[in-house]
Design a binder for this molecule. Structure first.
Ligand code: 13P
Length: 256
């Protein structure tokens, strides 16, 4: 089974819309048609930059795709400060990150709200990038599989197999995020293999071979090749290294 590689730059709370325009233009200069054939190349700027980046993508006919970093599950209404799935879809957003550990830890996101967001994103014909991962404490206690397994199952609860296989799962061990401490490729592959088997237990072994599961946590040009060499790792969710178009392009072109 060949799964197309998927690499998404999560810019987090960085870059004004003016910075964002430059970043996506610079990235596009560094990538060639063949790169997009091999990898789905996605950037996730802050909400304030989505429209600007979308305009550049459209005007220059770029194959770079757009993701949002968060979403609310309701369609519209009295939810001050929130952004709904139809608003994002209308902007040409194709993917939405849900359940990032920073949102779980700092903004009260739970498996239950993640699940509502996953469903709402699918209903708006976008693709959820559902993030999950264990803390350092959980890893040291030996409960990593228990933790990520329940995040996976709860996050995908109530989905049909056809819906579930369209979700991109992002395994991001919290201790590896923004720390420069990447998971060893063997360790990352082992957890991702476990997630694939767990997915298969619920949705069937055949679909488990199709679902894309990516890694995030200090991924950079120096470690991406070793991670991507693992057959179960289908791509990356890249934070810090995605803010520099040169570095991000090198991550995208991981085989070069
Ligand atoms: P870093 O690449 O900066 O560790 O961030 C990873 C991440 O959280 C991507 O969503």
């Amino acid at each position: 089974m060949t799964r197309k590689s998927f690499i998404c730059g999560n810019w987090k709370m960085n870059a004004t819309h003016l910075d964002a325009i430059q970043m996506v233009q610079k990235l596009s200069y560094r990538l060639e048609t063949a790169d997009y054939e091999r990898v789905d190349v996605v950037v996730a700027p802050p909400f304030t930059s989505l429209r600007s980046v979308q305009t550049v993508i459209e005007a220059d006919h770029l194959a770079i795709e757009l993701a949002a970093q968060n979403v609310h599950w309701e369609q519209s209404g009295a939810y001050t400060g929130e952004v709904s799935p139809p608003m994002l879809a209308k902007l040409g957003v194709g993917y939405v990150i849900v359940g990032h550990s920073e949102r779980r830890q700092m903004f009260g996101e739970t498996d239950e709200t993640v699940n509502k967001k996953v469903k709402a994103v699918l209903a708006a014909d976008m693709v959820p990038i559902m993030a999950l991962g264990e803390t350092l404490e959980e890893r040291e206690e030996g409960v990593t599989e228990q933790r990520v397994g329940s995040q996976l199952v709860n996050g995908l609860a109530g989905l049909t197999p056809d819906q579930a296989v369209g979700v991109i799962i992002a395994y991001e061990p919290i201790w590896a995020i923004g720390t420069g401490r990447t998971a060893e490729p063997d360790d990352a592959a082992s957890v991702i293999g476990f997630l694939r088997r767990t997915f298969g237990d619920t949705f069937g072994g055949e679909l488990a071979e199709h679902v894309r599961i990516i890694y995030g946590g200090s991924m950079n040009p120096g470690n991406v090749a070793a991670l991507m060499a693992k057959k179960d790792i289908d791509g990356g969710l890249v934070g810090g290294a995605s803010l520099d178009p040169d570095q991000f392009a090198s991550v995208v072109r991981y085989w070069v």
